[in-house]
Design a protein around this ligand. Structure first.
Ligand SMILES: C[S@@+](CC[C@H](N)C(=O)[O-])C[C@H]1O[C@@H](n2cnc3c(N)ncnc32)[C@H](O)[C@@H]1O
Length: 221
């Protein structure tokens, strides 16, 4: 039996070297309908459905022309952007390698590196109208440290958005534990016409991830 009390379709034998938590992860992957759907639809990650669901609710991809994908690997979100807005130019960045995607410029580098923002900007032929961040820091298992690390990435993403977005643009980012820190929320509210939170159905119930959606960038003047 799984922890939810349901019998999974597929059970994984506990290999001697596999820890209980990675066995649980593998079992969850094998029985996850979003993983199956992603395979059928040709998406590289189940995360693709989070963006699809956020787009259904907030119309993030409507008419976008230039998009920045922070934490692009393995590429599900950019695949969704290219499918919904085939003419949009997209630039993405990740610490990890990402297989090429048609119409997407990919940098394999740390977004926190000094030269990263400029590289991203210069890969587009104008200001982005959507900056999205699905970045998550590698967890160390210490809740507070993990929270601070991921929120550091979100904050850097928010500043990047504020410094580059076209007027009216959108910033969407993964945040942790029920929402956005007060300071970050204040920052976003002062630069965007609307700031909302959502947990798309594809986001696992047990995870503390949420998304912040800031729309209507007010501009830099
Ligand atoms: C949940 S995954 C993104 C999944 C992606 N949205 C998709 O649909 O395929 C988060 C990614 O953030 C990346 N990441 C974490 N810290 C980063 C950093 N400092 N710079 C660039 N990428 C980073 C990780 O390497 C990881 O690939």
């Amino acid at each position: 039996m799984t922890r939810s009390g349901k019998n999974p379709d597929k059970r994984v034998k506990t290999a001697r070297k596999r820890s209980a938590s990675s066995t649980r992860w593998l079992e969850r992957q094998l029985n996850d309908p979003y993983v199956k759907q992603a395979k059928a639809d040709g998406y590289r990650s189940r995360a693709a459905y989070k963006l699809i669901e956020l787009d259904e609710k907030f119309h993030l991809l409507q008419g976008v022309q230039r998009v920045v994908d922070l934490g692009i690997a393995p590429g599900g979100w950019s695949q969704v952007v290219r499918k919904k807005a085939p003419r949009a130019s997209v630039v993405g960045i990740d610490l990890l390698p990402t297989e090429p995607i048609d119409g997407v410029t990919i940098f394999e580098m740390d977004f926190m590196a000094d030269e990263a923002p400029e590289r991203l900007e210069s890969a587009l032929d104008g200001p982005p109208d959507l900056v999205m961040s699905d970045m998550a820091a590698n967890t160390v298992g210490h809740k507070q440290t993990d929270h601070l690390r991921t929120m550091g990435l979100v904050e850097a993403g928010a500043w990047f958005a504020i410094e580059t977005l076209a007027k009216g643009g959108t910033f969407v980012a993964k945040v942790l534990a029920g929402g956005t820190d007060t300071e970050l929320l204040k920052l976003l509210k002062s630069h965007f016409a609307s700031v909302k939170h959502a947990k798309p159905p594809a986001s696992r119930k047990g995870s503390s991830e949420w998304y912040v959606i800031a729309k209507g960038f007010k501009g830099r003047d």
